[in-house]
Design a protein around this ligand. Structure first.
Ligand SMILES: [Cu+2]
Length: 133
């Protein structure tokens, strides 16, 4: 009985974790040695919201914005040897290239904010880029 409860607790904890990090996309390395990811941002989400990439392998990220008038951007801090990524999202895809040099979890978020309203990040426009060995 006790072990059943423990298993249930683990399952619940895993579920909560999955929910907070959103849809998972695990990048694979293409034959040319680049791992490609497609990311869409909108009000107020990133899809996928949880991206897993390999360390020390170039990432090519195609980013675009869902249709609509609300402006969005994409920020990833200190991903490429301390370099930040900041790109305005457009309905036409833009390509961002970087090489993650250190494993860890890097927040992905939108830095937009309208006047005194909550920031887009606070409204849920954030995710995680997980860099693994
Ligand atoms: Cu935004």
């Amino acid at each position: 009985m006790k072990s059943l409860i423990i298993v249930l607790l683990i399952l619940i904890a895993t579920e909560v974790n999955a929910a907070s990090e959103g849809k998972l996309y695990r990048a694979s390395v293409d034959s040319d040695g680049v791992q490609r990811v497609t990311l869409t941002g909108g009000s107020y989400f990133f899809d996928p919201a949880h991206i897993v990439v390999k360390v020390n392998v170039q990432v090519e990220m195609r980013v675009r914005k869902e249709p609509g008038i609300v402006p969005h951007d994409l920020v990833i801090m200190e991903i490429d040897g301390g370099k930040d990524i900041r790109v305005d999202l457009d309905s036409e895809a833009r390509i961002v290239r970087f090489t993650p040099l250190k494993s860890g979890k890097y927040p992905i978020y939108c830095s937009r904010k309208l006047l005194f309203f909550e920031s887009h990040r606070e409204k849920g426009m954030e995710g995680v880029l997980e860099v693994v060995e």
